[in-house]
Design a protein around this ligand. Structure first.
Ligand code: FCB
Length: 461
């Protein structure tokens, strides 16, 4: 292998960016769409920082043609979007909303015309409010509702969409939505959490089975993974790490790959942990085509008697390593978790479906540029990890930066920026940041630009 081959990613590697519907689209009730739980939640006082909502967000619902131009200018070869379930099925079941379907139809056609392959996520947290009224993820009927919705989307788009994701991050859906209540639907109930998890896994598996009946391409699951390291050598901290790892990393992957929940789950949830039917576990272990891994950080974990039910919490991160989300920048843990997936679960193809950094972008420079050196470093060091594990034989087939645009960061509203392009929320103007220009160079050189340690100067860009 020549040196230049050595620094390049494989041919056919997908270079993407990711977004989700509620975070960028705006116009949540336009053209016959129904409300989602995030629409409700954001309109409930006190739930989202500064009272921010997704009513306008990045106005992508109306500005998508320009956003595709932006993707093209970055050289993206793929784009991960999510479908808003209540936009295409206002009540979550039954009748499709033709105007909602037409929106995604045009978007997908335009992406393909721009040479950008769409990866479509069916559920990125915005459950139709009408289904929440019937119990949402706590009602076992949701398994069928989700499979029916998925089938309708496969029917509408599988002729043009080759990569489908069932769920985005079931752990966050449950941890934030049902256990701690910081995300929609805002429940905080230890008995509900395992029920919601189980229904999410059954719904994922049922949507995969539905795909086998009608789909012609690939379907996968997206999880967020985070290595856990012990804050000290104490037995209590080491035990906390094992619980935290079971709760976050293995709770969803052991069932889909191994057909069982981690043994620690009963200890964590106590009498809130249900006795699961073995037939359910067999159904959940339905084979699928790829795993989507979202990675942002690791967590240094300690025993914390005040934080039920896992009794662990993270150690505060030193200022210079901290993102605005409080997360630690720790590139080696990215490589570590990708290797771990292969070691524990085998050689399933992997896409990095999200990776990116939350940093406070400096005010716009006088020449109009936005310099975000910490985000450039984040991408440089994390993409180098991906390249390294590919060399070692881990089958990573694509990478999606989070995110294409600054956007509505859930309960943190617009206070957190993670885009390759800056969004001025007053004017909706997009400005590619230095990190976006760096990523463009990485794509153009198929990774060779990661070696270039000289800071990007305006003339180079
Ligand atoms: C992930 C979500 C995504 C975004 C990033 C920062 O957990 O999937 O929507 O919020 O975190």
């Amino acid at each position: 292998m020549s040196t230049s081959d050595d620094v390049r990613f494989p041919d056919g590697f997908l270079w993407g960016a990711a977004t989700s519907a509620y975070q960028i689209e705006g116009s949540p009730l336009a053209d016959g769409a129904g409300p989602s739980i995030w629409h409700r939640f954001a309109h409930t006082p006190g739930r989202v920082l500064n009272g921010d909502t997704g009513d306008i967000a990045c106005d992508h619902y109306r500005r998508w043609p320009a956003d595709i131009e932006l993707m093209k200018s970055l050289g993206l070869t793929s784009y991960r979007l999510s479908i808003s379930w209540s936009r295409v099925m206002p009540d979550g079941r039954g009748v499709l909303n033709p105007a909602g379907v037409a929106f995604y139809d045009r978007l997908i056609d335009a992406l393909l015309a721009a040479g950008i392959r769409p990866m479509v996520t069916l559920y990125h947290w915005d459950l139709p409010a009408a289904l929440d009224d019937q119990g949402g993820w706590l009602n076992r009927d949701i398994v069928g509702w989700f499979a029916d919705y998925a089938t309708a989307m496969y029917g509408a788009f599988d002729d043009r969409v080759a990569l489908w994701c069932t769920l985005n991050e079931p752990w966050v859906v449950v941890d934030a939505g049902y256990l701690f209540g910081v995300n929609a639907p805002g429940h905080a109930n230890v008995y509900e959490a395992p029920i919601a998890s189980h229904h999410l896994l059954l719904a994922h598996a049922e949507a995969v089975r539905a795909y086998r009946a009608v789909g012609r391409h690939q379907v996968g699951l997206v999880v967020n993974l985070e290595p856990k390291d012990a804050a000290s050598d104490s037995a209590a901290d080491r035990a906390a790490v094992v619980r935290a790892d079971a709760y976050m990393n293995r709770q969803y992957l052991d069932p889909v790959f191994l057909g069982r929940y981690p043994s620690e789950m009963g200890e964590i949830f106590g009498d809130a942990w249900p006795r699961h039917d073995t037939a359910d576990l067999a159904r959940i272990q339905e084979p699928f085509d790829f795993l989507g891994v979202n990675y942002y950080t690791r967590k240094v974990t300690r025993h914390d008697p005040a934080r039920a039910p896992v009794f662990e919490s993270g150690v505060p991160v030193a200022e210079e390593l901290r993102m605005t989300t409080g997360w630690e920048v720790h590139p080696p843990s990215f490589g570590r978790i990708l290797r771990w997936v292969r070691e524990r679960y085998g050689a399933i193809p992997i896409y990095v479906t999200e990776n990116g950094g939350a940093f406070a972008d400096p005010a716009r420079a006088t020449d109009g540029r936005i310099e975000d050196p910490r985000r450039v470093d984040y991408y440089r060091s994390h993409l180098a990890q991906v390249r390294q594990v590919i060399r070692e034989g881990v089958d990573v087939r694509g990478y999606y930066a989070w995110s294409l645009l600054d956007n509505f960061e859930w309960a943190s509203g617009y206070s957190i920026r993670m885009g390759l392009a800056h969004v001025d929320y007053e004017t909706q103007q997009r400005t590619v940041k230095a990190s976006g220009e760096f990523y463009r160079e990485v794509i153009r050189t198929r990774g060779a630009a990661l070696e270039d340690r000289t800071p990007l100067t305006p003339t180079q860009r």
